[in-house]
Design a protein around this ligand. Structure first.
Ligand SMILES: [Zn+2]
Ligand SMILES: [Zn+2]
Length: 343
């Protein structure tokens, strides 16, 4: 089968590999029906993910059909349509039991697929700990509707959940890339009083304007003043920082009102400073971290009920043998791309 593979820093290539086989009784083999490219794949390509193992198939956002299961897999059976979770987790350890699956202490846990072991930009993938890592796609939900459940949408859902948003809140979201838009969709479910989205790219602002016209859109330059003038208590009640640019962490806490919650979802290239003297007396609560993809079943229900729709994000589709072209477009942000589906 063809597998898009991390060869060395700066180089991915479509190579021929044998079809994966079951190794552990908790494994499942999934035939990939659709996958996507994530900015984390680009981080691997650029050598900024030291854990990534050269030779692995990349890709960790995918849906498919279960082909084969190990003896201990009870949750799914061959023929089931499934989403694949970006996180591999045991479901048994202290962190898993508390829903912090990102911190699973199992040696195979964490972000494994498409990083430390073969991932999904291919035809078949071996999913370890399949009872935890796979979720049934309801019959009425298409592959395209379910594509982001295991990664960017799980991230947005988690970010909105931990931000403790109420209906009286003014919520500021910084960054409207794919994860920012997924975060926006999940924040919208909480029905806050106002949502303000700050995004520097005009193309992305236009995209949000077109699909979510009730949202206030602003540039980083006008952000602070706009938020101060359009919130009830001298700043946003909740700020979700999903941009990860050089100065967006500062922008996030500066736009927050005293006693606000600032949720940091972004992954930064460089260390960030938290100038505590400057924020003294603001009594902020910061929440940080990587996605806990433990709500996939609930997210799939919301999609089934028509409450979340991420399909507008899929702006491009390519067959697996054209994946080089898909990367070229995604990596260079050409043709107003948001996300690419690989079929
Ligand atoms: Zn990702
Ligand atoms: Zn665990």
């Amino acid at each position: 089968m063809k597998a898009y593979t991390y060869i060395e820093k700066g180089k991915f290539a479509l190579v021929e590999k044998p079809k994966p086989v079951l190794i552990e009784p908790t494994d499942a083999i999934v035939r990939v029906t659709m996958s996507s490219i994530c900015s984390s794949d680009l981080h691997i390509k650029h050598g900024s993910v030291p854990r990534a193992v050269p030779g692995i198939t990349v890709g960790h956002e995918m849906v498919g059909v279960v082909e084969e299961v190990g003896a201990d897999v009870t949750k799914v059976k061959p023929g089931d349509r499934v989403t694949v979770n970006v996180e591999t987790f045991c479901g048994e350890c202290f962190f898993c039991k508390n829903g912090y699956v990102n911190n699973c202490t199992d040696p195979n846990g964490g972000w494994a697929l498409g990083c430390r072991i073969d991932g999904g930009q291919t035809e078949y993938v071996r999913v370890p700990l399949a009872n935890q890592g796979l979720n049934h796609i309801p019959d009425s939900v298409t592959d395209e509707q379910a594509l982001f459940v295991g990664d960017v949408l799980a991230t947005g859902f988690w970010a909105a959940r931990i931000s403790e948003i109420t209906e009286n809140d003014t919520v500021l979201i910084i960054g409207a890339g794919p994860t920012g838009i997924c975060t926006l969709l999940c924040v919208m479910l909480k029905q806050p009083k106002r949502i303000i989205v700050c995004e520097k790219s005009e193309e992305r602002r236009r995209f949000v304007q077109e699909y979510y016209p009730d949202v206030s859109l602003i540039t980083p330059e006008e952000c602070k003043e706009f938020v101060m003038n359009n919130s009830d208590h001298g700043g946003a009640d909740r700020v979700l920082e999903v941009a990860g640019a050089d100065d967006t962490l500062r922008l996030a806490w500066e736009c927050a009102r005293p006693n606000a919650i600032v949720t940091v979802v972004a992954l930064y290239d460089k260390p960030q400073t938290l100038p505590l003297p400057d924020m003294y007396g603001k009594n902020l609560t910061f929440k940080t971290g990587g996605v806990d993809g433990c709500d996939c079943e609930e997210i799939l229900h919301l999609i089934e009920e028509g409450k979340i729709d991420t399909t507008p994000l899929i702006t491009h589709r390519f067959p697996l043998n054209k994946i080089e072209e898909a990367y070229r477009i995604f990596e260079n942000k050409l043709e107003r791309v948001i996300k690419v589906g690989i079929v």
